[in-house]
Design a protein around this ligand. Structure first.
Ligand SMILES: [Zn+2]
Length: 149
């Protein structure tokens, strides 16, 4: 199986439909499709996938981190630095959960991974991100606690 790079997938020729897709299609694939196929392992798999995305996209500082997340329309991030090894990232308008009704579980694992992957590039350290808030547990934004190690 061939491995493709961001360069490979960047070339889009859709003169009539353009580059955007309805968010509902993404959410069907992401929240319904992937969870149905991957089951209990979907969280870990999506997190790893997100980390790879973050690493491939890359960011050299926090300003670029915020810009990339916005540019990819993953959400609107707000970074709070707790100390040299710890950050909290609030994510407004999250691609996966913004507007979701209460379900009692959190599932923004890919977003969590993207945040960790990008921050590894920013800090040159390993990053572990844990989701702590979501629309699906009653908030109007998503939140991730990130540990650098
Ligand atoms: Zn979310």
């Amino acid at each position: 199986m061939k491995e493709y790079s961001v360069e490979d997938v960047k070339h889009i020729t859709r003169p009539r439909l353009g580059e955007d897709i309805p968010l509902v299609l993404y959410r069907i694939l992401r929240v319904i499709g992937m969870r149905n196929i991957l089951g209990e392992t979907s969280g870990a798999t999506l997190y790893m996938m997100g980390k790879q995305v973050g690493a491939m996209v890359g960011a050299k500082d926090l300003a670029e981190f915020e810009a990339k997340i916005k540019e990819l329309k993953v959400g609107i991030p707000e970074v709070q630095i707790i100390n040299e090894d710890q950050l909290v990232v609030k994510l407004y308008e999250c691609i996966t959960c913004a507007g979701f009704t209460y379900t009692g579980e959190m599932f923004c694992d890919m977003e969590s991974g993207i945040i960790a992957g990008l921050l590894e590039g920013v800090y040159g350290k390993k990053a572990r991100s844990t989701q702590t808030k979501s629309w699906s547990v009653g908030y109007s934004y998503c939140e991730f606690e990130v540990i650098l190690y």
